[in-house]
Ligand binder design. Structure first.
Ligand code: KG4
Ligand code: ZN
Length: 340
């Protein structure tokens, strides 16, 4: 039997709607990015994001159905991100999903945005070998998660200050690059020498699986200030390459350490920073040399999109884990908890 799920994602600055069959066949995945609107402010402005979602949501739902050559009548359930994220932005998706579920009398499925990022992997690999260590790296999160089975998450490491994506965005800003900074640093770094500047790597206490990126971020800012004071020209590609290397070294070492500690054979990457070229290459080399499996979504599915939400929802659909029509946005929702 074919289960068709309409997924909706509006937690930050992309309005995205997807139609996915049986959790794996992406019939459409429309991602309408607001990046241009927010770029002039150097980051996402929550109030503007909600208004844009409101303008776009019905249009994007229609585009997703049209592209999938399907109609509301063929949809078996509607899934929506209800947290974590910007409350006003989340509410637009949640309200739209509830209206569709009510109007069509079909189940409503509430999805945690971070769980969606994890499930971007399952679109191509619905049957991975558990247990899995997943490195979830986005603009708001840097987490190491032990996944024992579908829907079972244990947080084993997390950032104590900035998220990795946040550090990329802040460093990009001080280098005068645009928003979002991660992709721009990634591109610039390819032209630089990653050994040019010795930025610090924070490993914290022995055996700790936690992260800290505020130190490396401050080190970059101090380095740029010193260059300015001394009148030394800044080699931006070298700064980008050395910074990217410092962040990736720690992410890779701690992910491998977690896989060893919990004796997992599979490592997964998830979240926007998982699109980072060096992170993917380094983890791929390290896992190959250790005989571990590495799963990483294609770069377009690493950043926010609704196909990953519809994929996560498929596994909840199979468990009959449905949300009531009273579902609300939960901006601080944690991975592994449901609040409905
Ligand atoms: O998952 P995502 O799209 O949104 C959140 O849930 O936060 O992640 C966005 C983050 C931004 O901080 C962006 O700079 C970062 O992912 N990012 C990257 C790359 N592509 C996106 N960071 C490093 N390298 C990249 N190639
Ligand atoms: Zn995200």
């Amino acid at each position: 039997m074919c289960i068709t799920i309409l997924g909706i994602e509006t937690s930050c600055d992309e309005t995205s709607v997807a139609v996915v069959e049986n959790g794996t066949i992406v019939k459409s995945n429309i991602i309408s990015s607001q990046i241009e609107v927010h770029q002039k402010f150097g980051g996402v402005v929550p109030e503007i994001a909600s208004r844009k979602h409101l303008e776009l949501i019905n249009v994007v739902v229609k585009q997703a159905l049209d592209k999938a050559a399907t109609g509301f009548g063929q949809i078996n359930a509607v899934a929506v991100t209800y947290g974590p994220g910007l409350v006003g932005a989340l509410l637009v998706g949640v309200a739209a999903a509830k209206a569709i579920a009510f109007g069509l009398d079909i189940p409503l499925i509430g999805i945690n945005h971070m769980e969606g990022h994890v499930y971007a992997n399952m679109l191509a690999h619905p049957d991975p070998e558990f247990p899995i260590i997943c490195l979830v790296v986005s603009g708001g999160h840097t987490d190491l998660v032990l996944i024992q089975s579908h829907g079972s998450y244990q947080l084993v490491g997390s950032t104590r200050d900035d998220a990795a994506g946040e550090a990329f965005d802040k460093v990009a800003r001080v280098l005068g690059l645009g928003y979002p900074g991660g992709p721009q640093i990634d591109t610039l770094a390819a032209m630089g020498d990653d050994k040019a500047i010795a930025f610090p790597r924070a490993y914290l206490e022995e055996n700790s699986l936690d992260f800290s990126f505020s130190g490396v971020k401050t080190a970059v800012i101090n380095y740029l200030n010193q260059c300015k004071q001394k009148g030394i020209p800044v080699n931006k590609p070298d700064v980008a390459a050395s910074f990217r290397r410092a962040v990736v070294d720690v992410l890779v070492d701690k992910t491998i350490q977690a896989a060893k500690s919990f004796d997992t054979k599979t490592i997964m990457l998830a979240g926007g920073v998982a699109a980072n070229k060096l992170l993917r290459d380094e983890l791929s080399n390290r896992t190959a040399s250790m005989g571990l499996d590495l799963l990483a979504p294609p770069p377009i599915l690493c950043t926010d999109n609704a196909a990953m939400i519809a994929c996560a929802a498929y596994f909840k659909y199979l468990r009959h884990d449905f949300a009531p029509l009273t579902l609300n946005a939960v901006p601080g929702l944690k991975l592994g908890e449901d609040r409905y």
